[in-house]
Design a protein around this ligand. Structure first.
Ligand code: NAD
Ligand code: DAU
Length: 351
């Protein structure tokens, strides 16, 4: 039996990856390595928690001693590394949390994996999940991010992810460690923490609360359904070329304001409200500092070399997403109670 560590498995994307691997690969032991920060929630994995090939280990990846301990205990053959501080707005108020987890935490994992695997890399793999934000921002000119685009991160979040990408490549180039990296565009889907745009809009519309649109809402993001990202991760983990980078995107660009209007329409229908009701909640607020104008990523390499393509249209994915939140209102209420509520009020009282 192969043992695979999935870090950040209690978070949004990580929980989808854990679910996919636990169900699809009964021959693997999947160990979810997660510190359970505000963004990690074991409720996300209720449906797989009792499967014989699943384990959870509460580990803060910034704690080198604890990281070494679990590597010694399980001797993993592979690592799929998703654990991170992931929210750009939080990185603007507290960059150090991002440096600690995204940079130091990644280095702790690299170091522990290298200690365990050294001189015996056969069948081993360290897969680092990164973001398109490391490439910087594009103009609205039809250009794209490619695997060869130079790194130009702007936010503390993207700078910390860029730094972690560099360390992963450094471990490959220096020690010959079998690494692979992917850089993905904005994900959406179930179990997405409602500080991020799509679940935040759904939650606020549900509660008739203002929908905060940063600036004029003209920034563009390329949205990908989270299960399609998980499928890409599965392909890259098993078939990606060692030392390579793969871009993943939905080829699905939306300005924030158009996306929010679409969500209002879908939510009005789901809630039985007259069309146009929720649009009245749209509230333009002070822009995010250093707000990247546009992301658009070319995933041709992944499509041509590994045969990946998205399985759902945006309309289908959004419908599934909204339906999940409507059916899981308790989940939303649980994760938005307590500390998160205080954070939200503080964040938006400053805007
Ligand atoms: P998330 O914030 O929903 O989840 C992060 C998870 O990491 C949580 O379970 C949290 O508890 C865990 N974690 C945080 N700090 C930790 C630490 N010090 N030790 C152990 N665990 C810790 O994030 P997400 O949106 O699911 O993103 C997952 C990964 O994918 C991140 O690396 C992110 O940079 C990358 N990514 C995200 C997107 C997106 O649109 N969400 C797009 C591209 C890439
Ligand atoms: O591109 C991939 C990245 O996508 C990931 O690496 C990040 O982890 C993920 O959080 C996401 O980053 P963004 O900053 O693009 O996502 P967010 O949901 O925070 O914001 C999406 C857009 O919506 C962005 O232009 C800012 C805007 N926005 C966001 C919020 C939370 C608003 O207008 N209002 C809001 O309240």
């Amino acid at each position: 039996m192969k043992t695979i560590f999935i870090t950040g498995g209690a978070g949004f994307i990580g929980s989808h990856v854990v679910r996919l691997f636990v169900n699809k690969y009964p021959e693997y032991l999947i160990v979810n390595i997660d510190a359970l920060t505000y963004a990690g929630n074991l409720e996300n994995l209720k449906d797989v928690e009792n499967k014989p090939n699943y384990r959870f280990e509460k580990v803060d990846i910034t704690d080198a001693g604890r990281v070494n301990q679990v590597f010694e205990q399980y001797k993993p053959d592979g690592v799929i590394h998703l654990a991170a501080e992931s929210h750009v707005d939080r990185s603007i108020t507290d960059p150090f949390a991002f440096i600690r987890t995204n940079v130091f935490g990644t280095c702790n994992l690299l170091f522990a994996a290298n200690q365990l695997w050294q001189n015996n890399y056969e069948g081993k793999r360290f897969y680092h999940i990164s973001t398109d934000e490391v490439y910087g921002a594009l103009e609205k000119d039809g250009s794209y991010f490619y695997e060869t685009t130079r790194y130009q991160p702007h936010s503390p979040y993207s700078a910390s992810k860029a730094s972690s990408d560099h360390f992963v490549r450094a471990f490959h180039d220096t020690y010959g460690m079998p690494t692979v990296i992917s850089n993905c565009s904005n994900n959406y889907g179930s179990h997405h923490f409602p500080e991020k745009l799509i679940p935040l809009c759904i939650n606020n519309i549900r509660h008739n609360k203002p929908i905060p649109v940063y600036g004029k809402g003209e920034n563009v993001r390329d949205w990908l359904f989270v299960d399609d990202h998980a499928a890409a991760i599965d392909l890259i983990f098993h078939k990606g070329k060692i030392g390579d980078t793969y871009n993943i995107g939905g080829n699905n660009e939306w300005t924030n304001i158009d996306l929010i209007r679409l969500l209002c329409k879908v939510m009005d229908r789901k809630l039985g409200r007259e069309e146009g009701t929720s649009e009245k909640l749209i509230t333009f607020v002070t822009d995010r500092k250093g707000h990247d104008l546009r992301y658009a990523i070319c995933s041709k390499k992944l499509q041509d070399e590994l045969g990946w393509k998205p399985s759902v249209t945006f309309e289908q994915g959004l419908e599934k997403t909204v339906d999940w939140y409507m059916a899981n209102q308790q989940w939303l209420d649980n994760v938005t109670s307590g500390n998160y509520q205080q954070y939200y009020e503080k964040m938006y009282s400053n805007r």
